[in-house]
Design a protein. Structure first.
Length: 419
């Protein structure tokens, strides 16, 4: 249960922050956000705000999405012959259209749909009460609502509030805002983690940090800020070269050449063996603890993790291996390990995954934010957007590719962690 809660919190916050980026900049651009959903699957709660957005909570507590008016996945399909019920105002304009069989509206007018236009001319035509002798046409209010088959009530989407009606720059910013928010979240979380752990690790030094009481280093008389010049005659230049030798030599006596102040001395240290038979002596990496150093540390950690992800993605082109990728199963496994290690580890994992999500979403793959940005750039160069039909085909290809890759990655993760 602890692992499940940790997974939901980590994944939920990362996705929520990502989707809020799209939501915020869409609203600023005048694009109607028809739904802001937390979770996936059937809805368990829905409330429509004064801004016209339906805020929904869905049964599966992972993920979320933003439905922007005019997007391909936003279509509400009305077909001739459908039975609808309409609510009209004092001006005899339709203010609510009910397509759901689950909901009954009092004082509504039942009609059998003949024709409609909810984007340009804003009208609905049909047979009132299903009587073919009573054909009626109603004007539809610009801000009318429509109740979908699943019971969610959203605004209709006239052309002036659709995504494509916004300026190109606004649409690009809306598409970029999700990954941008992930990078901002990562910076904030890395900064919090640096403050929680006491400072920024300094790995380009051969000095040691805090010495643990009762450890092999303390028993040998080593102290914080001692400079390790060599171990068994092998020169030590940085933290990595120091711990590499220690980890490889559990239960073996090592000759440390140590500089303390202006004095140099030789000390014998015997690394202890941990549960995995790896050597340890009980010293921590030295840290910069100044306030400015900690703030810069959050930025540096964000950059370093981004660089590592780019290197991993680059290696996929030269040496493709599914083990270099991870999906929800890997995230669950990592959440399980983090939940055992404390809040600082959970924050670190969340920061790393947020960077990962931001970068992956910027890849130029159709249906992802990066693919949408490529289409925006193409539109800017070409002077006009692709036709909806061509963009739909490109998007479907991207969705197919992502689905196949996710199935392969998920199956590979299951094989790695459970078999």
């Amino acid at each position: 249960m602890k692992t499940i809660i940790t997974f939901i919190i980590i994944f939920g916050i990362i996705v929520l922050v990502h989707e809020f980026g799209h939501f915020f900049f869409a609203k600023r651009a005048g694009i109607l956000v028809r739904e802001f959903a937390i979770g996936m699957g059937p809805k368990i709660f829905s409330h429509q705000g004064k801004d016209g957005t339906a805020y929904t909570l869905r049964i599966l507590p992972v993920g979320g999405y933003v439905r922007m008016a005019g997007a391909e996945e936003d279509e509400v399909e009305l077909k001739p012959g459908m039975m609808l019920s309409l609510v009209v105002n004092e001006e005899n304009k339709v203010v609510k259209i009910n397509t759901s069989k689950k909901i009954q509206l009092p004082n509504s007018i039942p009609i059998e749909l003949l024709d409609h236009d909810l984007e340009k001319e804003l009208f609905i035509k049909g047979y009132e009460n299903g009587d073919e002798s009573q054909e009626v046409t109603y004007a539809v209010d610009h801000d009318a609502n429509i109740i979908e088959a699943n019971g969610v009530e959203v605004r209709i989407a006239p052309l002036d509030v659709q995504f494509q009606s916004a300026k190109l720059g606004q649409r690009m910013l809306t598409n970029f805002a999700g990954p941008m928010n992930n990078f901002i979240l990562a910076f904030v979380l890395f900064t919090i983690w640096v403050f929680m752990t006491g400072g920024v690790s300094v790995t380009d030094t051969n000095k040691i940090g805090e010495v643990q009481d009762g450890g092999a280093a303390a028993a040998a008389g080593l102290k914080e800020n001692d400079e390790i010049l060599s171990i068994d005659g092998e020169k030590i230049t940085d933290w990595q070269s120091l711990i590499t030798i220690i980890q490889k030599n559990p239960e073996k006596s090592l000759d440390f050449e140590v500089k303390r102040g202006n004095e140099t001395q030789n000390v014998t240290v015997t690394p202890e063996a941990d549960d995995s038979d790896t050597g340890k002596i009980g010293v921590a990496v030295p840290k910069k603890t100044g306030f400015t150093d900690k703030l810069l540390g959050g930025f540096t950690e964000t950059i370093n993790n981004s660089t590592l992800i780019f290197k991993t993605l680059g290696s996929l082109f030269t040496n493709f291996n599914l083990d270099k990728l991870g999906g929800p199963v890997m995230m669950y496994q990592m959440s399980s390990e983090a939940s055992k290690s404390g809040i600082d580890t959970i924050i670190l994992l969340m920061a790393m995954l947020s960077v990962n999500l931001g970068i992956v979403n910027l890849l130029p793959i159709p249906a992802m934010d990066g693919g949408k940005l490529v289409l925006n750039i193409f539109e800017g160069v070409r002077g006009k957007p692709l036709s909806q039909e061509k963009e739909m085909i490109i998007t479907l290809v991207g969705v197919g590719f992502i689905m196949v890759l996710m199935i392969l990655v998920t199956w590979n993760d299951i094989q790695r962690f459970f078999f």
